[in-house]
Each structure stands twice: as structure tokens, then as C-alpha cells.
Design a binder for this molecule. Structure first.
Ligand code: PEP
Ligand code: MN
Length: 264
């Protein structure tokens, strides 16, 4: 299989713009859950850039649990994300939810995010596989590591080799965190696959007090990066506010991760 270690012995490296992911280079993906307006995007980007993030995130198409919740700004949000990314010289990643949106999102994004809820949307996987735009494939909330790797296989089989996996927690009986972070997925995937894998402690824990330690644990476990939601005013965020790190906490975390990276 194309994703397997047998197929490729060395670690694959994925370029998102000029940013290298894998083979020892860490992706530091940060930004608000959703693109809300230009001002918030610009403010958060300024802070995450200052902290040392190298890829900017922001959702324009949001997979919300409730149909009455904010669904994202759509193409207007993509435009804002791209403009702000260019302003701060950061490539951008944003979620695509529907095969019919892939062309549109590719015009604005440097990396396509496939969300947990769509990890087994096979038509969407195939459509992203027919592009050469790097894909951030998030683990489904009830998907096994094997399932995750088979979903990656759908993208690779269509010809797009630029796949980065993301552990973001799975559903469990534990209800004090949003999901249960499966940290062993990192070395587990590394044993079975050459693809880079990053960790998203924001969606995994849903708790800002746990995000810094889980980011440090991710780097220590061998992850190729982390994905963190940041908002300049979490209590006013239109989505995932309760789990967003305020800028000063993000800056402190990035300093810690740099020191840890140097020590390892
Ligand atoms: C997100 O990144 O905002 C998101 C919805 O993530 P997930 O698909 O992991 O829930
Ligand atoms: Mn989110």
C-alpha cells in the first residue's frame, strides 16, 4: 500500500508553500477556528506569526453540530484568509467539506483540511487526491489508526502524495475532555507509515489548560507538528471559543516548544 512503511522506508516530507513538514521539520499550525472577519483574522495572525507559527489556519466552511450555529463565511472567508496569509507570509490551511468545493478552496488555500467528520467521505478524499494541493487529513472521531491510513490511501491512490495526518482525539466514555487524545497514534502511525503526523490538542482536549502539556507531549512523542486554535478574544469567538488559547498563552507555549525541540 502507498501509505505503508513497506512501500517507502524513509519519512516522506510534505511542502506547504515553503514550509517543510516531516523528516525533522515541525509544522506549527495556528489560528482561529473560523474566519470571522478581517480584523480578527489579522489580529490572530499577527500574534501567531510572532509566536513562530509557520502555517495559518481558519475555517471558511464549518462542520457545525447544529445547523443553526455559525456555518462559516464561505468564499468571503477564503479571501480574507488568503489575504492575511500573504500579509504575514504564511501559507494557509482551511477545511473543505464537499467534493464540489474542492476547486474553489484550492484557489485560495495552500493546504486542504479534511475534517474528522469527513475522514471517510470517500468522494471527497478522491477529489482532493486529484489535486496536488497538500492535504491535512484529520482522524475521524470513531476511526481506528487503520481506518485513518486507509483514508490516506484514497488520496495517495489518486496521485496526490502530499498527505499529512492529524490525531485530534476520539470519542470515549471520558467526559472531562472533549475527546480522548490518543497519543500513541503518533509512534503507532510512524511504525506503519512514512506519512507525517501532527497532533491537534485543541479539538482533542477542548481545554486550554491541557493544550500546552499535550503539545509538549506530542513533540516528545515524535509528532511532526501541532495544530492549535488561537483567538484574541475567546469569549467572543463564533466557534470553539472555550478551547481557544489567548495570544499570551500561545506565545508562552511556542517558547516552551522551541526549548523542548532544542533539547530533544
Ligand atoms: C477544526 O479544525 O476546526 C475542526 C472542525 O476539527 P475536527 O474536524 O478535528 O473536529
Ligand atoms: Mn475548531
Amino acid at each position: 500500500k502507498l501509505a505503508s512503511r513497506e512501500f517507502r522506508k524513509d519519512d516522506s516530507v510534505v511542502y506547504v508553500g515553503k514550509v517543510r513538514i516531516g523528516g525533522g521539520s515541525l509544522a506549527m499550525i495556528a489560528g482561529p477556528c473560523a474566519v470571522e472577519n478581517y480584523e480578527v483574522m489579522d489580529t490572530v495572525a499577527k500574534y501567531v506569526k510572532a509566536g513562530g507559527a509557520n502555517i495559518l489556519r481558519g475555517g471558511a466552511f464549518k462542520p457545525r453540530t447544529s445547523p443553526y450555529a455559525f456555518q462559516g463565511m464561505g468564499e468571503d472567508g477564503l479571501k480574507i484568509l488568503k489575504d492575511v496569509g500573504q500579509k504575514y507570509d504564511m501559507p494557509v490551511v482551511t477545511e473543505v467539506m464537499d467534493p464540489r468545493q474542492v476547486d474553489l478552496v484550492c484557489r485560495y488555500a495552500d493546504m486542504l483540511q479534511l475534517g474528522a467528520r469527513n475522514m471517510q467521505n470517500f468522494d471527497l478524499l478522491k477529489e482532493c487526491g486529484r489535486t496536488q494541493t497538500p492535504v491535512l487529513l484529520k482522524r475521524g472521531m470513531s476511526a481506528t489508526v487503520k481506518d485513518l491510513l486507509m483514508s490516506a490511501e484514497y488520496i495517495l491512490a489518486e496521485g496526490n502524495k502530499n498527505v499529512v495526518l492529524c490525531e485530534r482525539g476520539v470519542r470515549s466514555f471520558e467526559d472531562s475532555t472533549r475527546n480522548m487524545l490518543d497519543m500513541s497514534a503518533v509512534p503507532n502511525v510512524k511504525g506503519q507509515s512514512h506519512l507525517p503526523i501532527i497532533v491537534d490538542p485543541s479539538h482533542a482536549t477542548g481545554r486550554p489548560d491541557l493544550i500546552p502539556s499535550m503539545c509538549r507531549a506530542s513533540v516528545a512523542a515524535g509528532a511532526d507538528g501541532v495544530h492549535v486554535e488561537v483567538h484574541n478574544c475567546p469569549e467572543k469567538a463564533l466557534s470553539d471559543g472555550p478551547q481557544a488559547l489567548p495570544p499570551h498563552q500561545f506565545l508562552a507555549l511556542m517558547g516552551d516548544l522551541r526549548r523542548l525541540g532544542d533539547a530533544l
